[in-house]
Design a protein around this ligand. Structure first.
Ligand code: GLU
Length: 372
C-alpha cells in the first residue's frame, strides 16, 4: 500500500495501547515482537520530527500472572493494586528495551485523575510532559493503579489517553483497538454494519452506535472511546480508532488502513486559549508598559513587569492581566499563588529564588497559558 495523506498531519501524537495488544493471553507475558514493531513505528515518527507519547496499559495483566492471581475472576482492589505495582516495572522495562534499540530514551509517567482535574497538578504534569518531549524523550504513560482507588481513577486508559492528549496539546490521538473503527452496528453480529469514516461531532446518532451502557460499557468499549473522542475534539485534537493487532500499526495507518477519524474544528492552541478565556477569573495582575509591550510580542509575563496583585488565587487559577489604566491586556493561568506573586512582583528572575526560598518558575504567566 502506498502512503496516503492523513486528514491530520500531527506534530505531536499520543498512541493508546491496550493490554490485549501487549500481553500474550496464554503466557501472560509481553508480546515482544509486537512491541518491537511499535518501537520501529515510533522511531519513524521521531525521525520525522514528531513528538510521541505512548499511553500503555498492561500493568495489571502482567502483574497478576506473576503473583499467581486466578485469571477466572476479577481482582479485588488490593490485588489489582499489587498486580499493577509488579506489572508496571515489567511494562516499563519492555518499552525501554525496544525503544533503546532505536536510540530513544523513555520516561515512565504515572498519573491519577487528580493530575488532570486539579489545576496545579495539571500544570505540573503538562510542564513535565513538555520538558520530556522537548528533549526527544518518549513518555510511557499509565494510570498510577497502585495508589488509585475507584473514586480517584480515570478507570480506563481510553479516557486517560484523551486527557493526556489534551494536557500535552497533541494534535492526534491514535486508539489502537480490537475494531478497525466505529460501526453503525455490532460488526460481529450485524452483517449490514458499516464503518463510519469521519465523525465531526458526537451526535446522539453516533452515541447510539456505541450501544447501550450495559452492553458495551466495559473497559475499552466504544462508549469510553466516544467519551475520549469528545475530550480530544474539545481540546483541538483529532482521534483515530483503528485495529491495533497488525504488526506495525502506525505504518498501517500511514498506508491507509481502515479506521474512523474524529476531526476537531479547532487546533490545540486555539482550543486551549478558548478554554482559558472562559475560566472564572480569581484575581488581577497590573503590569507596566514594558510588560504590556512584551506580551504583545508573544512573550511570557515575568514578575519584573508586574506592579500590583489583587485577589486571592492559587497556582493554576485564571487571572486577568491589566495595564495601569485598568484595561484588560489578556487572561492567563498564573504559575504562582497570590501570596507568592505579591512577594516577587517587580523582581528580576535571578532574585526570585532568594525571596521565596525555593526556585520557582521564571514566568508568572507563561505565554502558552496566556490569551491576549
Ligand atoms: N491501567 C491498567 C493497567 O495498566 C489498564 C486500564 C485500561 O486498559 O483501561 O493494567
Amino acid at each position: 500500500m502506498a502512503a496516503v495523506t492523513l486528514p491530520v498531519e500531527p506534530g505531536r501524537l499520543v498512541v493508546k495501547i491496550g493490554s490485549n495488544l501487549l500481553v500474550d493471553p496464554t503466557t501472560g507475558t509481553l508480546r515482544l515482537d509486537w512491541l518491537a514493531g511499535m518501537a520501529a513505528d515510533v522511531a519513524d515518527e521521531r525521525g520525522a520530527g514528531r513528538d510521541v507519547i505512548l499511553v500503555s496499559s498492561g500493568a495489571i495483566a502482567l502483574g497478576r500472572r506473576v503473583l499467581g492471581f486466578p485469571t477466572n475472576r476479577p481482582l479485588v482492589l488490593e490485588e489489582s493494586q499489587a498486580a499493577a505495582a509488579v506489572g508496571q516495572i515489567r511494562l516499563s522495562r519492555g518499552w525501554e528495551a525496544v525503544l533503546a534499540e532505536h536510540g530513544i530514551v523513555t520516561a515512565q509517567v504515572l498519573l491519577t485523575l487528580e493530575d488532570s482535574s486539579n489545576r496545579r497538578r495539571y500544570l505540573n504534569s503538562r510542564a513535565t510532559l513538555n520538558a520530556l518531549l522537548g528533549r526527544g524523550v518518549v513518555p510511557i504513560v499509565n494510570e498510577n493503579d497502585t495508589v488509585a482507588t475507584d473514586e480517584i481513577r480515570f478507570g480506563d486508559n481510553d479516557r486517560l489517553s484523551a486527557q493526556v492528549a489534551s494536557m500535552a496539546g497533541a494534535d492526534l490521538l491514535v486508539m489502537l483497538s480490537d475494531f478497525d473503527g466505529l460501526f453503525t452496528g455490532d460488526p460481529r453480529r450485524d452483517h449490514n454494519a458499516r464503518r463510519v469514516d469521519f465523525v465531526r461531532e458526537i451526535t446522539p446518532e453516533i452515541e447510539a452506535m456505541a450501544g447501550e451502557a450495559g452492553s458495551v460499557a466495559s473497559k475499552g468499549g466504544m462508549r469510553t472511546k466516544l467519551m475520549a473522542a469528545a475530550t480530544a475534539m474539545r481540546s483541538g485534537s483529532a482521534m483515530a480508532i483503528m485495529d491495533g493487532s497488525v504488526n506495525r500499526p502506525l505504518t498501517a495507518l500511514r498506508n491507509g488502513a481502515a479506521c474512523t477519524w474524529f476531526l476537531s474544528d479547532a487546533d490545540p492552541a486555539t482550543a486551549r486559549k478558548k478554554w482559558i478565556a472562559g475560566m472564572k477569573i480569581r484575581g488581577r495582575l497590573i503590569i507596566d508598559s514594558g510588560a504590556e509591550m512584551a506580551l504583545g510580542n508573544g512573550n511570557s509575563l515575568l514578575p519584573a513587569g508586574v506592579v500590583a496583585v489583587s485577589g486571592e488565587f492559587g497556582r493554576g487559577d485564571a487571572v486577568s492581566v491589566r495595564n495601569r489604566d485598568g484595561r484588560e491586556v489578556g487572561r492567563g493561568l498564573v504559575s504562582y499563588s497570590s501570596a507568592d506573586a505579591r512577594l516577587v512582583l517587580g523582581l528580576k528572575s535571578s532574585e526570585i529564588k532568594s525571596r521565596l526560598g525555593y526556585p520557582a518558575r521564571a514566568a508568572l504567566v507563561h505565554r502558552d497559558d496566556l490569551v491576549i
